[in-house]
Design a binder for this molecule. Structure first.
Ligand SMILES: [Cu+2]
Length: 462
């Protein structure tokens, strides 16, 4: 478990012989939880899995099977999405597209093989702008068959929270202002539920940090003063180890990054983890060094790449290209869009809570963006013609960024891509698995406000 009294998280080093058995039962329910930054530390109401925010850590080894009996004890429907994993379509949890939402009092079994190692997460995929913000999310770790040697494996969950003036969690959801602007941005930001989180380090050790951004809409650009983290995975996918140097680490909503950090500080020292957010420059936490040195001598040695997950070969020369125009929002140029099968002007769209559109369609999910043949390579040319950044998430498959603003790039495999205002980004993927797979902005208010579509993949003539 993480979320200890200090707010700092540390998972014990994974040893296959001591691997914990992940829970096989997840219950979504209203609960009470003390969050140190809210309500003077007294319990506040949350919606959570198994009574804690985040929900229980689900930790497996690659090749294991995820088996979860999910029960909904909320007063409204819900569903669980396994972000970044590649389950069969019926297990994807995209309520209303891949399954009916699980009604109050009902249960559903999620079961599928875990073929990719890495850091992933699970969260509600129904009214997420309400349910996810209240706490319906948790982390999934799939360990490599032969994990890299580190002294400790530490999970850092980044989130932000909107507090009321009297310090409670704000539940005034559905603000059209938030939906039409950057999304719901918190008034406080946390690591593992702690403001200015203390992350303990021992001089001389090597740690693997797993960062996950579970915020509705916030982007964090992290700066680790006095340390030079090495990126080893993005969205669970191994990358060639790359030292950050002076570059901030950008992590958008839904994204994960795995880092190797060598504890090069002096015993007793403290080093800020700073962050630029969409609105502020803050200190998100600190590395706090213990009084003595330790570690196994790994610090300072070369960082080896993680073993690759199986990924298909992209046939870019024969790829089908699909344009995706992203429009709308405040200060945008959109004058109208299709909704409910008919053209609406902005005023009517706003009245219906739709303020964004993909290719002129404001969130209708009756027709796919594209019908694809299983096995074919697809390039989606996304153009962010809006005044805001977006975090584009594809379900069921991972993609590579191949061109950004006219410049070819050789991006890693990802499941969520950040785009700045006016960015043009082309992503390539192989249509691997049959079914209906969502493509949406992971700023939940943007998704709910119209930034969602899906691709439909079927067996077809070659
Ligand atoms: Cu967005």
């Amino acid at each position: 478990m993480f979320g200890a009294a200090t707010g700092a998280a540390s998972l014990c080093l994974a040893r296959p012989t001591l691997a914990m058995t992940p829970p096989t039962r997840l219950v979504a329910a209203v609960g009470q939880q003390a969050l140190p930054f809210a309500n003077a530390g007294r319990p506040v109401e949350t919606w959570s899995y198994n009574g804690t925010v985040p929900g229980p850590l689900l930790r497996y080894s690659v090749g294991d099977r995820l088996e979860v009996e999910f029960e909904n004890r909320l007063d409204e429907p819900t569903a669980v999405h396994w972000h970044g994993l590649r389950p069969p379509n019926a297990m994807d949890g995209a309520a209303q597209l891949t399954q009916a939402p699980v009604e109050p009092g009902r249960a559903m079994t999620y079961s599928f093989d875990l073929n990719d190692a890495g850091t992933y997460w699970y969260h509600t995929h129904f009214r997420g702008w309400n349910q996810q913000d209240r706490g319906l999310y948790g982390i999934i770790i799939v360990d490599e068959a032969d994990p890299p040697k580190v002294d400790r494996d530490v999970l850092l969950v980044l989130d932000d929270w909107v507090l009321t003036p009297d310090g409670r969690l704000d539940t005034d959801f559905g603000s059209l202002h938030e939906w039409a602007h950057a999304g719901r941005l918190g008034s406080v930001a946390t690591i593992n539920n702690a403001v200015d989180a203390a992350i303990p380090l021992t001089a001389g050790e090597r740690v693997r940090l797993r960062l996950a951004n579970v915020a509705n809409a916030q982007i964090f650009a992290l700066i680790f003063s006095g340390h030079d983290p090495v990126v080893i995975a993005e969205d669970g996918n191994p990358v060639a180890p790359r030292a950050l140097g002076d570059e901030p680490l950008m992590i958008g909503p839904g994204q994960r990054v795995d880092l190797i950090v060598d504890a090069v500080g002096a015993p007793g020292s403290s080093h800020a983890i700073g962050a630029y957010t969409l609105t502020d420059e803050i200190r998100l936490g600190r590395f706090i060094y213990g009084a003595s040195s330790g570690g196994s001598g790994l610090a300072g040695t070369p960082v080896a790449p993680l073993p690759a997950n199986a990924r298909p070969v992209l046939d870019r020369a024969n790829a089908r290209r699909i344009p995706l125009a992203m429009e709308g929002g405040a200060m945008g140029r959109m004058r109208g869009a299709m909704m409910g099968g008919r053209m609406m002007g902005m005023q009517d769209l706003v009245t219906n809570g739709r303020v964004w559109a993909f290719n002129g369609v404001a969130g209708d999910m009756d027709v796919p963006l594209a019908r694809l043949r299983r096995g074919e390579t697809v390039v989606i040319d996304m153009v962010n013609d809006t005044a805001f950044p977006h975090a584009m998430h594809l379900h069921g498959m991972h993609f590579r960024e191949i061109e950004r603003n006219g410049t070819p790039v050789d991006g890693p495999w990802r499941d969520t891509a950040l785009m700045a205002s006016d960015d043009r980004l082309s992503i390539a993927f192989v249509a691997e698995a049959e079914g209906r797979w969502m493509l949406h902005c992971h700023m939940i208010e943007h998704q709910a406000g119209g930034m969602m579509t899906f691709v439909e993949i079927a067996e077809g003539p070659g």
